[in-house]
Design a protein around this ligand. Sequence first.
Ligand code: ADP
Length: 641
Amino acid sequence: MSDKNNKRTLNFKTEVSQLLNLMIHSMYSNRDVFLRELISNASDALDKVRFCAISDEKILEKDSDYRIIISVDKEKKTIIVEDNGIGMNEEEVIANIGTIANSGTKKFLEQLDKGEVKDSNMIGQFGVGFYSCFMVADQVSLETRKAAEEANSGILWSSSGDGKFNLQAVNRATRGTKITLHIREDAAEYLDDWKIKEIIGQYSEHISFPVLMPEKIQQEEGEEGQDKKKKTEEKTELKSVNSAEALWLKSPRSVKNAEYESFYKSLSYDFEPPLAWMHNRVEGTLEYSSILFIPKKAPFDLFDREQKHGLKLYVKRVFIMDESESLLPNWLRFVRGVVDCSDIPLNVSREILQDNKVVRKIRAALVKRIITKLEELAKNKPDDFTILWTEFGKVIKEGIIEDHENKEKIASLLRFASTENAKEEVSLSQYCERMQENQESIFYLCAENLEAAKSSPHLELFKEKGIEVLLLTDRIDEWVSSHLTEFNGKKLCAANRGEGQEELGKIASKDTTDVAEEVVDCKKLLEKLKSSLGERVSDVRESKRLRSSPACVVTDDAQMTHNMQKIMQAMGQKTPETKPILEINPSHQLVQQLNDGKLDNFDDWAALLFEQALLAEGAQLGNPGDFVTRMNRLLVSKLDS
Ligand code: ADP
């Protein structure tokens, strides 16, 4: 719809409409964040105009007094947030606020549906911040004009959040954006200067532009005469509410913990304080400052490949880019923070950053610093380290695969569950300290879950010998173990592979109760099993690792384990066809009866022996129906006999 004044009405994209509905009707907790979102958008817009002015100063139209002004009108029941940032043209207004739902909108709705968004505080994480103003306003208008464009190219957007918005061309003398909120009855508390100041103090204290509010001051006029009569006049002055300073440029000694915490909150949209932080100012041939934070909780999109992570990059206080992934390796993507460097050109692009020498140096130094911090946490604050490991352990493990330079140090940060400690707390050094006499390798077992790992037949001999085995149950562990073959000169050895058997033989048994093994010659049985199972196995052999189970499958040292195959298949990747080796336990009653030829239906028994070993491994049977039929046939035959 449009009329002579160029007024048009457009519909919100369906998802945006849903989102607005939620904002209006269901978000009642922590509504304060609406202001943080508007200030944060204004600050982004100021960053953008300041950045563009580097190459073209004219766009500033002689106004480089970057600022955000917030005014509250109790009578009109309005709050106005105005910036002299980059502004938007008509096309951008339509795209950014209304007709195009960004990817975050959909995610936000999904997570909300799943109950994972517990607090409106999380809104900012999804890039749907602007709409949060409908939590407190029933009518919102946004007037904006893009920097360097004509005054008459201004545009007025307005909406009451009911599925539609209006657009109208307006004249706007200055660049930037002015947002007017008509505050709802139930949100009247926000029509108070003090409330607004309190919110700014809490969330926006450290944004690097001044947030100004008009303040009434009494001014005395005229000379103080003999009769001491004075004339007073009320004037309004703009006063900065926040400190508007770059915290990272201050000396670490002068910054209070609360300041770091509030800076972190404004940077991360997290409502909890960070777990730890590092603030450094480096001077010398390379000059830079950085503040890095380790959060207490992983963000919802930590494993989302499309999601960008990274630090904020500034050059001489000028904001250059968000999510600069060149400053940290992928495995440290959970670290938040800022880096400000004077030795990077202002007009740097993402591509240039990737192979910039200065950036590489900073990155290497930041990684070292973070690793040292993590080591410190592990040593001095084990409870904090446990939180860190629970939230980010899986990501840290990626470091073993991708960060060769720091592999050994990252390995010392890893924590695993083990046969001695079911919690994920055992470090490789701890494991080494508790090794048995004659033990040279670090043994581990990868399995689908902890229960499957603990009851695996592969562990029977280890239990008997009192050898600790690390139990690896994360998807990524198979990869990690294939990249981590040594730690402190000790080999890492998989308990379900052929390797390590010789070493096990050298280690004395702790449990001496059932050492009196009956030596049975089962060569013929092995041959018979091999021909009965045919193509399904690559070999059948006698096991030295089993005690109570009749059989298990092992993987050749050079082949892919079952677990790894499953992981690859789940990721839609083809895996080479591998055949397991069946190992049988000659001292088991079932095997002995088979060996003595006491059991009929040999082929059924052979298949059952093999299939149960596969099941114990967490593998899927090619034809589970066959397995069930066969098992029942054997059970019935036993009942009959
Ligand atoms: P986000 O800021 O996370 O992208 P928002 O919903 O808060 O999500 O804002 C959507 C977009 O609208 C912003 O990315 C920006 O392009 C534009 N925008 C919002 N506020 C302003 C502003 N004050 N000045 C210029 N552009 C703005």
